[in-house]
Design a protein around this ligand. Structure first.
Ligand code: GLU
Length: 418
């Protein structure tokens, strides 16, 4: 049996809480989610059969603002996983200075096994079942693993249809990551990958090297991995290995990423691409590179895999990709780890921009989105580096310390109700 992900997430936060001597009352509050909503809901399949699904929305903390975080559709979604993911959202939003708390949700389902019509009915019924749990000032979902802009559009439409008249601009902010046509933001789709690249660029600055020419391996070629790859290749990085759930591809002279990007869009997988050699799944980890980018699921960098890895930096594009023992191995070998809450915050930052655009009814230009995203991610990276120097700790501890200090400041001023 695998260890509890929520326990692992708690361990990370407790370690940083020790370092900054966090008030034990705040520590107790933050170690559990505030609300755990579990719904079981029926959906009619195309065959006429009725199937029951289990969905979650875990609201971890809202002291900084409305709950915020993605919805994951994956066969492994369970309460423990969503609790961990929700806590990470609180720390991520706090770290990058957003006026949001943290939440996460999901449905235990493999979306690839269902037709578009079935998924639409499922998303609408799940949204309806969540009822007042979500709302533009309450809790704002977004895409995550297995969900996309089309699903966010259905959530918004369902929510709008059962809301009273009025507030037609603002209520679109019930969910972010929507299609641009229905109130999404330019730049949102690529935002997480873009933020990962900014974090890598910042690390290059700290360590005195050039981004251009870095060799990179990427685990995962979904929304985050594929956009990161596209943007990194444009900056001159050499992407030598890419893996998804169908194949691991290796080309020591660099994979033609624009071509792989189009191939993956068309085939919904990277298997069969002719511009690289297919190697074994675990070979991905032992290929020597400058930067390793886990952009898939949690618990991928285990102790054994870490033992075989040869890289200088791991930039955690996924949430929770490194196990605690994997992390120990990497740190003991001098590998830097740019933690998830910092590395992948670009998505939720542009979600915030989308929500602001929905509030005001005014769309931003894509260069405004990119400039402001870069400023926020850069500033957060600067703060983490300064905190790391102050506390002589790891990047992860420093990121948590910045995040926890902001949360503690707000609790100090607001107090604990009643
Ligand atoms: N699912 C993304 C994350 O883990 C984005 C969340 C959001 O935009 O609210 O950060």
């Amino acid at each position: 049996m695998s260890d509890s992900l929520h326990a692992a997430a708690n361990k990370q936060f407790q370690q940083a809480a020790d370092l900054i001597d966090l008030n034990p009352e705040y520590r107790a509050i933050l170690s559990q989610p505030e609300n755990e909503v579990i719904v079981n809901f029926p959906v009619r399949m195309d065959s006429g059969e009725l199937k029951l699904f289990k969905g979650y929305r875990i609201q971890h903390n809202n002291v900084l603002g409305p709950y915020k975080g993605g919805l994951r559709f994956h066969p492994d979604v369970d309460l423990d996983e969503v609790k961990a993911l929700a806590a990470w959202m609180t720390f991520k939003c706090s770290l990058v200075g957003l006026p949001y708390g943290g939440a996460k949700g999901g449905v235990t389902i493999n979306p690839r096994e269902y037709s578009d019509r079935e998924l639409e009915r499922l998303v609408r019924r799940f949204t309806h079942q969540l009822g007042d749990t979500i709302g533009p000032e309450i809790d704002i979902p977004a895409p995550d693993v297995g969900t996309n802009a089309q699903m966010m559009d259905w959530i918004m439409d369902t929510y709008a249809n059962v809301s009273g008249p009025g507030g037609r601009q603002q209520l679109r902010g019930v969910v972010t990551g929507k299609s641009v046509e229905v109130g999404g933001s330019l730049g949102r789709e690529a935002a997480t990958g873009q933020g990962v690249l900014y974090a890598l660029r910042h690390w290059c600055g700290e360590t005195g090297q050039r981004l251009s020419g870095l060799t990179v391996s990427i685990q995962g070629f979904g929304n985050v991995g594929s956009h990161f790859a596209r943007l990194a290749a444009k900056e001159g990085c050499l992407i030598v290995a890419v893996a998804d759930h169908t194949a691991t591809l290796h080309n020591p002279s660099g994979i033609d990423i624009p071509r792989l990007f189009d191939y993956a869009r068309e085939n919904r997988m990277i298997k069969g691409f002719d511009g690289a050699d297919e190697v074994d799944t675990d070979d991905l980890f032992s290929i020597a590179v400058d930067a390793f980018i886990p952009a898939a699921l949690e618990n991928q960098i285990t102790k054994d895999r870490a033992d075989s890895m040869s890289c200088r930096v791991v930039v955690e594009a996924a949430n929770g990709p490194t196990t605690s023992s994997g992390e120990d191995v990497l740190l003991s070998r001098g590998v830097d780890i740019i933690p998830d809450v910092l590395a992948n915050a670009g998505g939720v930052v542009v979600s915030y921009f989308e929500w602001l655009q929905n509030q005001s009814g005014r769309a931003w230009r894509v260069d405004d989105v990119d400039t402001r995203l870069r400023e926020i991610i850069w500033d957060a990276n600067d703060k983490v580096v300064a905190m790391r120097a102050e506390l002589s700790c790891t990047h992860r501890d420093a990121a948590y310390a910045v995040s926890l200090r902001r949360l503690a400041d707000v609790y100090d001023r607001r107090g604990i109700f009643p």
